[in-house]
Design a protein around this ligand. Structure first.
Ligand code: ASP
Ligand code: MG
Length: 432
């Protein structure tokens, strides 16, 4: 008998039919003799709809009340799911985040889990019940208020429960089959990975892959939780995310034959269209200017990603500095910079929101040379211009024109030998 935590995303519980399908899956797991704890998201687009509703009654909704509102979405799905399980003849009990002992700090809308005390869950399991927990929410002991963990927070709920209950595996269900070598909607020949390391998954997620949330993967890595990302719509094995030093338990590696188990140099290709580029033209090339500039940007709250500084023109003693940041942060950053133009002494600002970022991620890069040459060569053959480059130990990212991004991802995917023999089946899923 194993203890299995299952997380179902909003797309898996979007309507009554889907809830019944999920209930059946949970019951099947229970029937197989396992203890089951479920973390569930709000039905379909409920969270977005609640946010829209809040915006209609208040321009800036009070954070405490917004959390009260948003946490109700998961209460609906947890209760319906427990009812559906009951009607199949099984005992199920639903719990809110606070009943489940999900203790967080007091930051409304982006609370961090500080402790998990799943006493009531353990009792319910011991009494033979299936446990259903509302995802994405917790409770702060000092304020005694309900908090939410931030968008996509149910993944983190599931992983935190798995850690606290010492579960054998944390299964994250969505409408896609697992983690792919690229987004199959962009790269049709993308393949499902059998296994990916947590380290690679973090880089993929940070650079545009949307199947798993970064915080959940970080939590799993820190607490040694085995994640299995898989589809609600099939019983096929999905993708296991392995933390440092973790290996796949034998009973779970069944069904993995035929998958490539040897570690490839490149695990996957991620694409991101959510960034913009700002170029500061004519910056005096003297010590201290970069510090001045990036202090201004940091104060504006923008999260800078890549930075490139050109060689200064000898004649002018001036240089250009470009950086990327989330599109949503660009307007504020531009305004902050423009306000300090005379103090810093630069000539002008250029804003470009038509860029795309392509990242190649693989732990094998540490020990193999020529990985970046393959990337540049593939882009060059396809006639795609590289505008910026940045690297980490296990990642190479380039900025290209946004319009070129999909083509870039396809040629690079092929160049690293990642293309599958057949096109991936896309269920038009969102991965949530
Ligand atoms: N319902 C929340 C959201 O849509 C939490 C989640 O789905 O994980 O962000
Ligand atoms: Mg959702």
């Amino acid at each position: 008998m194993a203890l299995i935590v299952q997380k179902y995303g909003g797309s898996s519980v979007a309507d009554a039919e889907s809830i019944k399908r999920v209930a059946k899956r949970i019951v099947d797991t229970r029937r197989a003799g396992h203890e089951v704890v479920v973390a569930v998201s709000a039905m379909g687009d409920t969270t977005d709809e609640l946010l829209d509703l809040a915006a209609e009654v208040a321009p800036i909704p009070a954070p405490r009340e917004l959390d009260m509102l948003l946490s109700s979405g998961e209460r609906i799905s947890m209760a319906l799911l427990a009812m559906a399980i009951h009607s199949m003849g099984f005992e199920a009990r639903s719990f809110t985040g606070s009943q489940a002992g999900m203790i967080t700090d007091a930051t409304h809308g982006a609370a961090r889990i500080v402790d998990v005390t799943p006493i009531r869950l353990r009792e319910a399991l011991d009494e033979g019940a299936i446990v259903i927990v509302a995802g994405f929410q917790g409770f702060n002991r000092d304020t005694r208020d309900i908090t939410t963990l931030g968008r996509g927070g149910s993944d983190t709920t599931a992983v935190a429960l798995a850690a606290a209950l010492d579960a054998d595996v944390c299964e994250i269900y969505s409408d896609v089959d697992g983690i792919f070598t690229a987004d199959p909607r962009v790269v049709p020949r993308a393949k499902k990975l059998g296994v990916v390391s947590a380290e690679e998954m973090l880089e993929l997620a940070a650079n545009g892959a949307k199947v798993l949330y970064i915080r959940a993967v970080e939590y799993a890595r820190r607490h040694g939780v085995l994640i299995h990302a898989r589809s609600t719509f099939s019983s096929a094995v999905g993708t296991f995310v392995l933390g440092d030093g973790m290996t796949l338990p034998d009973e779970l590696s069944d069904g993995q034959e035929g998958e490539q188990m040897e570690e490839p140099i490149v695990a996957g290709v991620a694409t991101d269209l959510s960034q913009a580029k700002i170029t500061i033209i004519g910056v005096p090339d003297v010590p201290g200017k970069a510090a001045e500039i990036f202090k201004i940007i940091a104060k504006s709250g923008a999260n800078v990603d890549m930075i490139v500084q050109n060689v200064s023109a000898a004649a002018t003693g001036r240089t250009d500095i470009s950086f990327t940041l989330p599109k949503a942060d660009a307007a504020t950053a531009l305004k902050a910079l423009a306000g300090e133009q005379t103090a810093v002494g630069f000539e002008s600002l250029v804003h470009d929101d038509q860029i795309g970022k392509l990242s190649v991620v693989g732990a094998g890069m540490r020990t193999h040379s020529g990985v970046s040459a393959t990337l540049f060569e593939a882009l060059s053959v396809a006639g795609i211009n590289i505008e910026m480059i940045s690297t980490s130990e296990i990642r190479i990212s380039v900025v290209v024109r946004g319009d070129d991004l999909a083509e870039a991802a396809r040629v690079v995917h092929r160049a690293y030998g990642l293309d599958g023999d057949v096109e991936a089946v896309v269920h038009a899923g969102t991965g949530r």
